[in-house]
Each structure stands twice: as C-alpha cells, then as structure tokens.
Design a protein around this ligand. Sequence first.
Ligand code: PBG
Length: 327
Amino acid sequence: MGYPEIRPRRLRTTPAMRRLVAETSLEPRHLVLPMFVREGATEPRPIPSMPGVVQHTMESLRKASLEAAEAGVGGLMLFAIPSRKDAVGSGGVDPKGPLNAAIREVVAEVGDATVVMADLCLDEFTDHGHCGVLAPDGSVDNDATLEVYGRMAVAQAEAGVHVVGPSGMMDGQVGAARAALDAAGHQDVAILAYAAKYASAFYGPFRDAVESSLVGDRKTYQQDPANGIEALRETALDIEEGADMVMVKPAMSYLDVLARVRDLVDVPVAAYQISGEYAMIQAAAERGWIDRDRAVLETLTSIRRAGADIVLSYWAVEAAHWLRAAR
Ligand code: PBG
C-alpha cells in the first residue's frame, strides 16, 4: 500500500523511450531565419545587443542565405537598413531600395530551395521610426499608410519574394496588401500576417539592429500586453482579409496567446522569438549562468508545443545544424 501503480516515469527511462513518446517535434523546416542587410555596407557589422547577429552586406547576405537554405531552414525573413530615411519611408517602396534589392539577390541565390519572406513595414525606412506615415498632428495615419503598404507589397513581389509579412499593425493592412498584390497580378505571393503583435519591451535590440530613430512607443497600433481576447479578434480579421498564415509576436511572453490562436484558426501559425528573447539568453549564457544550447532548444520546443507551426528565430540556422546532427 502507498506505492503508486501508475508510474509515468516508465516512459522516461531511456533516450529511446523519451524519443518514442515525445509529443512535440522540432525540425529545421519549422525554423525561419530573420536577416538584416545594410545599404552600402562594405563589411558585415556586428549588432552589439545581439551577439552573433550582423547587419549583412549584400554579398554576405547572399552567402548566409545559401548557407541557411542548405541547413534546411523553412524560410528567411528579410529586413533592410536604408542609408537614408525620410518621413514617408520611400526606401521601402523604391524598387532599387535595399530591401527590394536584397530580395532580388537572395532569390537569385536560393531560388525555390527555401521560402523567401520580407518584412512589410515602414519603421526601418522612416526618419521618425514609426511603422507608418504621420498625420499633421503627429499620429500614425492608418489609411494613408495602407496605400504605401500596398505599393511596398507590389515592389517586394516584383523583386521575387514568396511571402510578404505585414508587421505594422495598421487596421486593414492584410486586405490592402492582398488587393494591391492581386491588382498587379501577384496572386501567388502569400501573406504571413503579423496578426497579434504586442507593444513589447523585448524589441529593444531590434531597434539597434535597424538603427531605429523612434522616440516614444508604438502603443497606438501594437497591442497592449494585458490583452489576450483582442488577439483573437485581430487574428480573425486578418484571416477574413486574406492572410494565408498568421503570427504571434513576441513568442515567449505570449505562449498563452499562441495556444489560443492555434485553437481558433485553420491556417499555419507562426511565432517570432524576437531580438530581446535572443539577447537575454545570449547574455545569460555569456556570463555562464545558463547552458545556452539547451536553453535555445527548450525555448524553440516550447514555442512549438504552444502551437506554432513555424518559429522565427535568430538561432534558426544553428539550431537546424544541431537538429540534423542529432538525427
Ligand atoms: C517592424 C518589426 C519589428 C520587429 C519585426 N518587425 C519592430 C517593431 O515592431 O518594433 C521586431 C523583431 C525583433 O525584435 O526581433 N518592422
């Protein structure tokens, strides 16, 4: 008496047993690598708050994109830092702008071996650092921004992108991108909507990465971290507007939101393990406070377990190599 008959530990006795009963898998194809390219750069520049991540030159971007494709990652998400920013983010729409140029380079290099995606947002391109254009009173003008996003989507499609990722949290951004793409004959370009994107402190290192000049915050367009139900409304709207895939962002502080979104929708769900999530683990590991590689795999697995089909992570290529070696 007193001894348990049901012993869950039996299924944990050996590595083979644990592998047999694992509920969640993590494979290279689940991972998407975000990459930065800096216009005019002659050598890759390290990003101090994201040790191990660089602002690429066009040439190093090409090389790294091929390496990522060869590692078997599911996709690449491209961001660019223009040499000149202006009030309306012209560099994002310009077919010769750095992001559209990067799409061309990367697609020329990897072809259809992986999925090439691009961030569809203005914050990297505006001198005020907001995700849209401003109204005379300084607020972000939703509908004027939609018009720019539409042109930007078409420019990215013309550069050969497979997927556009509207990330500015403007109302109607998915519908605007879809309509503009379709009108220009790009019915096959898919939309990964940043559907539930929160106004997060964890974007800090990204602002370094794209040399953002933002003063203030994005709380009038990104979601309040206090809200979960609202994420379901945002997601449902994006799907109605034509999103082919939806994203929750950040990942780790929003695993509950991710799980609810996964339950709600029947399209692929992505989660973005963002710059601050990356930086925290890198920094703790540098100090010897945690085992970096285990922590990375644990976080990626937990994001998958919570419901992400696709995980954007700055460790995508490194993790893909580990996962292949472990097979
Ligand atoms: C918007 C965008 C941001 C990130 C991805 N797309 C910044 C923001 O919304 O403030 C953040 C990604 C990260 O922190 O790793 N263009």
